[in-house]
Ligand binder design. Sequence first.
Ligand code: GRF
Length: 208
Amino acid sequence: MLKLGVLVSGGGTNLQAILDAVESGRITNAEVSLVISNNAGAYALERAHMHEIPAVCISPKSYESRDEFHKALLSELQNHQIDLVVLAGFLVAVPPMIVGAYPNRIINIHPSLIPSFCGTGFYGLRVHEGVLDRGVKVTGATVHFVDAGTDTGPIILQKAVEVQEGDTPEILQRRVMEQAEWKILPEAIDLIANGKVMVENGKVRISR
Ligand code: GRF
């Protein structure tokens, strides 16, 4: 049984998609063992409480330095013997110290088709604003392993979503979540939990 540690900052709809998929059996061989938020007010913490999952806030504000904050995050993950770290709308950059402790064991959901509209500065609504400003007709979401860069790790799954006439960033964000994020994040976790994801030469190979 793969022990998942889900890191969140906000509403936690991606966390909810994972919890629903575990309950319905779309994710097998994995359980959500820990939820960590950097933000005490995150509704994602409530969602974890409702499922009786250990949930903690680890905020950078509670530590004297960034380094102390990072050490606290890492030791919480290690204390719960987490096997796979899932960044589900976690708005904090994961430092090399944690990436190094979990090589190809941290995944992130990004709300665009990487390598478009990703990297530093592209988070939250800014991603969808970028998509609408450029006028692309197709966007989507990507699940990837986390490496030392920003949104640069091996890509596990992607799903395309149409941009429609009259979209606002908020409307597009919702469509990308409903049609892509909430599907491919649980699917990627299920594939990893069942040993179907291999990384070779920086690229993911999936055996189905
Ligand atoms: C999602 O769009 C995710 O892709 C992005 O942040 C948002 C998180 O939403 N990184 P939620 O907290 O899962 O509802």
